[in-house]
Design a protein around this ligand. Structure first.
Ligand code: ZN
Length: 267
């Protein structure tokens, strides 16, 4: 492939990512309120004016309108722009890493779910079932259709490895929550975290789900301590750390396991 073509494909994934990011924004706002993400179309939350397509172009419209509603000038959260930009770069990065392979599709679906879970959890301390349960089902279906996700060419093995991933992923967090409840006499892990880990297991399989389970607390602990000092709030949104753990497991998991179990060098 010529260099120019490669840039064309990369530009495509960046723009495609920003469009998906625009849709993820809608999911992040509406799923916690149990509203449809299809209708009604985008509208200003202040003056209710529908937003025309030409004012709804990812990244560009926000900049052209200066982050304000065209009609009533109410400011739109910078988060909309940030999530479009983030998703654009994430899609570009995933394409650059995996190339145009069948693996790219399920992983883009998975990471889109991760973005929604992260921002909803940070704001509302919940993870929508649409992401966790929906993602788990998609993970199982993808594993059946693309068993290479789990390093095999046989469809029933892909499905089996995915199902074991669901059990081990969800089960690990569930058991830790039980233990925490028994030790501290209060709810330690939310049900949303259990379901999110079940989704992660469905996509990544049991080994990487277990690795996610073990490395997430390190990130959660660091931020949890900072948050506790800053807000005196004991509850932290744990979803984002499961997401960080899952992404590290996806990209570095095999090496990390060899390093931890057999003393291989990490880099
Ligand atoms: Zn308005």
């Amino acid at each position: 492939m010529f260099i120019q073509d490669e840039w064309l494909v990369k530009t495509f994934f960046f723009i495609f990512g920003s469009m998906i990011g625009s849709f993820l924004n809608v999911c992040i706002v509406r799923w916690p309120q149990d509203k449809s993400v299809i209708s009604p179309g985008s509208h200003c939350v202040k003056c209710q004016t529908p937003i025309h397509w030409y004012d709804n172009i990812p990244l560009i419209s926000y900049l052209l309108l200066g982050g304000k509603c065209r009609v009533c000038k109410a400011p739109f959260s910078i988060r909309y722009f940030f999530i479009e930009l983030l998703t654009a770069f994430v899609f570009l990065a995933f394409y650059s890493y995996f190339g145009l392979t069948f693996l790219l599709i399920p992983y883009l679906v998975m990471v889109s779910g991760f973005i929604v879970a992260t921002f909803v959890d940070l704001e509302h301390r919940i993870i929508p079932d649409e992401v966790s349960i929906g993602g788990m089902i998609l993970g199982l279906v993808f594993s059946l259709m693309i068993p290479q996700l789990h390093g095999t060419n046989i469809w029933w093995q892909g499905l089996l490895f995915s199902a074991v991933g669901v059990l081990v992923g969800g089960g690990s967090i569930y058991l830790m929550g039980m233990l925490g409840e028994w030790l501290f006499k209060k709810e330690a892990m939310g049900g949303g975290d259990v379901k999110l880990m079940a989704m992660i297991g469905a996509f990544l399989g049991w080994k990487l789900a277990l690795l996610t389970f073990f490395i997430s607390p390190f990130f959660g602990a660091i931020v949890g301590i900072i948050e506790k000092i800053r807000t005196k709030d004991n509850t932290i949104a744990y979803g984002p750390y499961l997401v960080i753990g899952a992404l590290i497991s996806l990209f570095m998991g095999e090496r990390l396991i060899l390093c931890l179990l057999f003393g291989y060098r990490l880099f």
